[in-house]
Ligand binder design. Sequence first.
Ligand code: PEP
Ligand code: MN
Length: 352
Amino acid sequence: MEIESLTFPGVDTMRPVIIAGPCSAESREQVLKTATDLAARGIRIFRAGIWKPRTKPGGFEGIGAEGLPWMKMVKQETGMLVATEVATPYHVFEAVKAGIDILWVGARTVTNPFAMQELADALKGVDIPILVKNPINPDLELWIGAIERLYGAGIRKLGAIHRGFSSYEKKIYRNLPLWHIPIELRRRYPHLTIFCDPSHIGGKRELVAPISQQALDLNFDGLIVESHCNPDCALSDAGQQITPEVLDYTLKMLVVRDNAQTTENISVLRQQIDEIDEQLLSLLSKRMRISREIGTYKKEHNMPILQSGRYNEILDKRGKMGKSLDLNPEFISEIMKSIHGESVKVQMEIMK
Ligand code: PEP
Ligand code: MN
């Protein structure tokens, strides 16, 4: 695939391109108020979900085609370009008919090659940018495969959106960033326009700014951020949406780095360190949970907390394991003593 960078009429692509707007279009008033507030702060591309893929039935599944005229009004009243998600040929038909300027394919749809092929067929001849989110599972080939299906249908205005990956464990992020995956996508397709979606990665308002900064440090081409005129009352993804005012402040605080290669290299390495630390912390939290369960068992069976045989076995085994992994055994011994000490403390609390 020969994929070139995207351009958007009236948008400066020398700076990060910002797409912003609510998770879902909810009412004419909410759409127009959010859009005018964003436009007043210089945002040129408006997003809003018209059809919403929800994990379980019963939630707000989007206003549907009824909301498309509101998007048209946004264009007329603010001059912004408008973007929405499509998941079926019917969505494509309705969105194109309504004059939507940019389409994106959501993470759940990208996981399904049948759905992607149907979309690609429906999009044949449509000459507007199509942005492909990463699939919910961390599979770069599936992501690229979805882009290839669109490319195979003759679509050349292609971009990608990194929105993070699902995981079962309780974690800091709603969707793990696994930055090495979009980094590898960039390596394979150097001109592909890649956006970061800090809202769906973080899942919380306060994570939007730091994730956006990480994305800019990694040279992403733009951000797609969820912004709502009244986030607490949003019908979907309330916890991760920010007001246009907060978005404006956040964007002003972001540092857009120089393209110097050295900075990029060190950011890539630091990103990896951050991810590994997050994994270490989740593992420690899991270890402590299990330790608490053992504490409860010991209490119920009237067993002592400390069993020195087991303690020595842990120190000895981990020391050897560390050595085989090129880790200083004394360092490993210190870490294990500290972790074990905390476990004992936690179990003593339970025994009390
Ligand atoms: C969205 O952008 O509102 C959305 C549903 O995102 P994703 O497909 O990334 O979950
Ligand atoms: Mn959302």
